[in-house]
Design a protein around this ligand. Structure first.
Ligand code: ZN
Length: 597
């Protein structure tokens, strides 16, 4: 095993949330082997400095300690050594999210980016990892779930797993514990569903049947002729908690966190909002198997995990994935057209709510993800636009534009398939070339035969609102604006702070902004009547637009009074309704949504 990097990982002290890792390099670099832990995890564009969780670390060769010098926050160098080196380190794992590592007596979960130091210059070699069972009777029933291929382990067993290189190793999270497990095949490829956490009466059969539909629809979208999935096996791993939501994509698996109540209960037939949200999340991360895990921005091919990777294209990689996640639910028959247009309206109304959309384009939002989207504060609605939400509307608008202008001959699906064929299909087998912004635009024109530069200038590089009502009309979808009947409002968003009403955001140009209210203020009274965490809307409902009210607030511990002139609520209330006539537009819509016949 001269040319193999070898790790062991042991949940050494689950109660103290400690993993112990050993790393053996058979032939270290002559000048002193360098080791580095990633500063971020692909898919979550924020510097997280995972090395801060390394509690202690040491190096040895032939059983004798050797020096290990720390070069910067996440880099070490061993003293020059011509024999094999073994590093031993202890890691603290107590991050209940899909982005890092978590360990206690109920389960263990880790991403390789949090636990496996890279051996610099040897990242291309095969990497093997022995996943060890924690000691003690409590852990005898534990199993292992991961998309990593087994080397010396039974499926779902502790033992040795192998990755072709470091990139595959850290792109294959591992779950261990007493999870629920079900398996289905999507176009011949085995898919596991792994659920961790207590979920009474979980309807695993329904979950299996529904996810199979979503997966098969996506495989068929990218490979309509061969129906070939891009991976040999796929694992959906979900941690169910009281209240939570999130997911992270990987090349052959995804790690998800959801609220227990979003998962289906045996006997429940209807599509609850929570379950639809969960299926949408699964659909989103699964779509990334093609879009971002194989079709990638050039700066991620390969990733530099020591520092930020800047791309203006997250509107495509996250936005289009957000467009397709719900679209695949309607195309696979899990939700109907009416439900789908409610989801679109929710996204449109959310994007239109903040004035940030007039200041930041989705290209800029992508580039600044590291410091803005991922580090939001109380002013974010007035300063930024989401490359997820507006990016999904860019995807929708491009799809509708292409379909309308080519009279249904081409669609966004054709563009995605061409991206897939040129950049994605051979990504891990071939040279691994990424996509540049210029490539994307040229490819759109080439595939569709249209000239789309003006569209990109206005809605991707520019900050114009997308005219969705006009674009949806040829598909028999009517837009209505319910704003005119709205009640007077302050132009704020509030949050509960105990029984207090705290101002979370102040919308620019609204009555609260004009009066001088600030985010963080605690609302005490309106015209002398006490404001609580729950009664603001009821108090405001006795007034009409144009009325002046006196607001008492605490800012820090100082009582302040302001006079605000109420205005009708500026929150957009667009609604979209599909019409069944004329038949031609209903047909165009059915071709788009896959609802024909
Ligand atoms: Zn995503």
């Amino acid at each position: 095993m001269k040319n193999t990097i070898q790790y062991t990982i042991l949940p050494k002290d689950p109660a103290a949330h400690l993993f112990e890792v050993t790393l053996t390099v058979p032939a270290p670099a002559a000048e002193g082997q360098v080791f580095v832990l990633p500063a971020w995890i692909p898919g979550s564009y924020m510097i997280r400095e995972f090395a801060r969780n390394i509690v202690r670390i040491s190096a040895a060769s032939q059983g004798k300690a050797i020096a290990l010098n720390k070069l910067d926050k996440h880099t070490w160098q061993a003293e020059p050594c011509d024999r094999s080196i073994t590093l031993t380190y202890e890691l603290y794992a107590w991050d209940l999210s899909v982005r890092a590592a978590h360990l206690d007596q109920t389960h263990g979960f880790f991403n390789g980016t949090s636990v496996f130091l890279a051996v610099q210059g040897k990242e291309h070699l095969p990497h093997v990892v022995e996943i060890q069972r924690p000691a003690g009777d409590l852990y005898q029933a534990w199993r292992v779930a991961t998309a990593l291929p087994e080397l010396k382990a039974k499926r779902y067993g502790f033992g040795t797993y192998i990755a072709a290189d470091y990139d595959e190793l850290i792109d294959s999270p591992v779950e261990m514990g007493t999870f629920e497990l079900a398996t289905f095949k999507a176009h011949g490829v085995p898919h596991d569903i792994v659920i961790t956490g207590r979920v009474p009466n979980l309807d695993m059969a329904r979950l299996t049947a529904d996810l199979k539909k979503v997966c098969e629809a996506q495989i068929a979208l990218f490979e309509p002729a061969s129906r070939r999935a891009p991976m040999k096996r796929y694992v959906f791993m979900t941690l169910a908690v009281g209240d939570g939501y999130g997911g992270l994509e990987h090349r052959a698996s995804t790690a998800l966190i959801c609220s227990r109540n979003d998962l289906p209960v045996k006997g429940q037939k209807e599509m609850s909002e929570g379950y639809r949200t969960y299926l949408g999340l699964c659909s989103h991360e699964y779509f990334h198997t093609w879009n971002v895990k194989r079709i990638k921005p050039d700066v991620f091919a390969p990733y530099d995990l020591r520092t930020e990777g800047y791309t203006t294209l997250l509107w495509l990689f996250e936005g289009f994935t957000s467009y397709y996640d719900d679209l695949m639910l309607v195309r696979s028959g899990l939700i109907d057209e009416a439900a789908y247009f409610k989801l679109i309206a929710k996204t449109v109304n959310g994007v239109l709510r903040g004035s940030g959309r007039t200041k930041q384009s989705v290209a800029e939002s992508s580039f600044d993800a590291w410091t803005k989207y991922y580090r939001q504060d109380e002013n974010s609605p007035n300063a930024i636009v989401s490359y997820y939400a507006k990016g999904s509307l860019v995807g929708l608008a491009l799809d509708l534009t292409i379909r309308a202008e080519t009279r249904g001959r081409k669609s966004l699906d054709d563009v995605m398939r061409t991206l897939w064929q040129r950049y994605g299909r051979e990504f891990y087998e071939g040279e691994g070339i990424g996509v540049s912004e210029a490539d994307v635009e040229a490819l759109f024109d080439e595939v569709t035969g249209l000239k789309l530069k003006r569209f990109f200038d206005r809605y991707v590089r520019g900050t114009e609102d997308i005219p969705l009502a006009r674009l949806l009309a040829p598909f028999g979808v009517e837009a209505a604006d319910g704003r005119k009947n709205q009640k007077p409002a302050l132009g704020i968003r509030t949050s509960k702070d105990g029984n207090d009403c705290k101002v979370a955001n102040v919308y620019e140009g609204g009555p609260a902004h004009e009066a001088g209210i600030s985010a963080g203020d605690i609302l005490i009274a309106i015209d002398g009547l006490r404001v609580s965490a729950t009664n603001l809307e009821a108090l405001l409902s006795r007034y009409k637009s144009g009325d002046d009210v006196v607001l008492h607030v605490f800012r820090r511990d100082e009582l302040m009074a302001f006079t605000a002139t109420l205005a009708s609520d500026e929150a957009p209330q667009l609604a979209f309704t599909p019409q069944s006539k004329p038949a031609a537009v209903a047909r165009a819509r059915a071709a788009w949504l896959g609802t024909a016949g």
